[in-house]
Design a protein around this ligand. Structure first.
Ligand SMILES: NC(=O)c1ccc[n+]([C@@H]2O[C@H](COP(=O)([O-])OP(=O)(O)OC[C@H]3O[C@@H](n4cnc5c(N)ncnc54)[C@H](O)[C@@H]3O)[C@@H](O)[C@H]2O)c1
Length: 259
């Protein structure tokens, strides 16, 4: 979905910086996008590496300033245990927004990727867990969230749902901080989307096929159907939209009668 967002953002900004930890994937994407004549930079970074992200901020600053951030890097329940899920999906998102915050100018906007999984796993929240979840840059965050969630944290689906709830809550707080400099921050919560990650999860979890079947649109979503929401949120058509999450799930949560 990050690649789809990059394709859509080319032409809306002077330069596009593609970021991923996968150097081969980045080189291919950079080559293909540069062939369109766009000004493309590639930057290999792991979003859990604050030092590397600070170097990214320096690069962006040197290119003329921060306009649009589509932060799609993430991992899902079948890819790792609970620690990397929290470290990449939640702490990584917090680090990205934190290192870029000093660059925010009027018109800057960011969209983070949460997930419909947060609504399914955590339909009502829990004040004690949320208090820990809301401090993802605490040096002992992983130990604290393990204490708060207890044994259920080893279920990677549970960890993923809480991590993505953390992303939704992070974007609300960062919207307030970025707003002081004229910027906006939102999140999107995709349902089951037909990407490499979405296919891997669907293959491992038969319940996802049932969820797709019962949803009003009765199919997986396409990356471009999430991208269109992200590009709207990043555009000047959404200048009064910040600090909120948009569910892009084909109505799956509605079919489950979740709030
Ligand atoms: N596909 C779905 O059904 C679905 C549903 C809900 C939410 N999401 C979320 O949407 C986002 C995009 O998902 P996708 O389906 O495009 O996934 P994807 O696996 O196709 O792409 C994710 C990208 O993130 C990169 N990445 C992973 N860890 C990284 C790290 N530590 N640092 C830098 N890059 C890293 C990967 O190399 C990969 O290129 C993710 O945050 C995912 O959790 C996906």
């Amino acid at each position: 979905m990050g690649r789809s967002c990059a394709d859509a953002l080319v032409g809306t900004v002077d330069a596009v910086v593609l970021v991923d930890r996968d150097a081969d994937l980045l080189a291919t994407a950079g080559h293909e996008l540069a062939a369109t004549g766009a000004n493309i930079e590639i930057f290999v970074a792991d979003v859990t590496d604050r030092v590397r992200l600070s170097e990214l901020a320096t690069l962006v600053d040197g290119l003329g300033g921060l306009r649009s951030v589509a932060h799609a890097a993430g991992i899902s329940p079948t890819m790792a245990d609970w620690r990397p899920i929290f470290a990449v999906d939640l702490v990584g998102s917090a680090l990205v927004l934190d290192v870029l915050a000093p660059l925010v100018i009027p018109g800057s906007a960011a969209v983070c990727f949460a997930s419909m999984a947060s609504q399914i796993v955590v339909p009502h929240g829990d004040a004690a867990v949320d208090a820990v979840l809301d401090d993802p840059l605490h040096p002992d965050f992983l130990e604290r969230i393990a204490d708060a969630l207890g044994e259920r944290i080893v279920d990677t689906g549970v960890a993923y749902g809480w991590a993505k709830r953390g992303v939704q809550r992070l974007t609300r707080r960062e919207a307030v901080r970025w707003g002081r400099s004229g910027g906006r921050v939102c999140s999107v919560s995709p349902g089951v989307i037909d990407t490499p990650q979405g296919q891997q999860e669907a293959a491992a979890q038969p319940a996802m096929a049932a969820l797709v079947e019962m949803s009003p649109v009765q199919r997986m979503g396409r990356a471009d159907e999430v991208t269109s929401v992200v590009t709207f949120l990043l555009s000047d058509q959404a200048t009064f939209v910040t600090g909120t999450d948009i569910l892009v799930d084909g109505g799956a949560c509605a079919a489950l009668r979740l709030d």
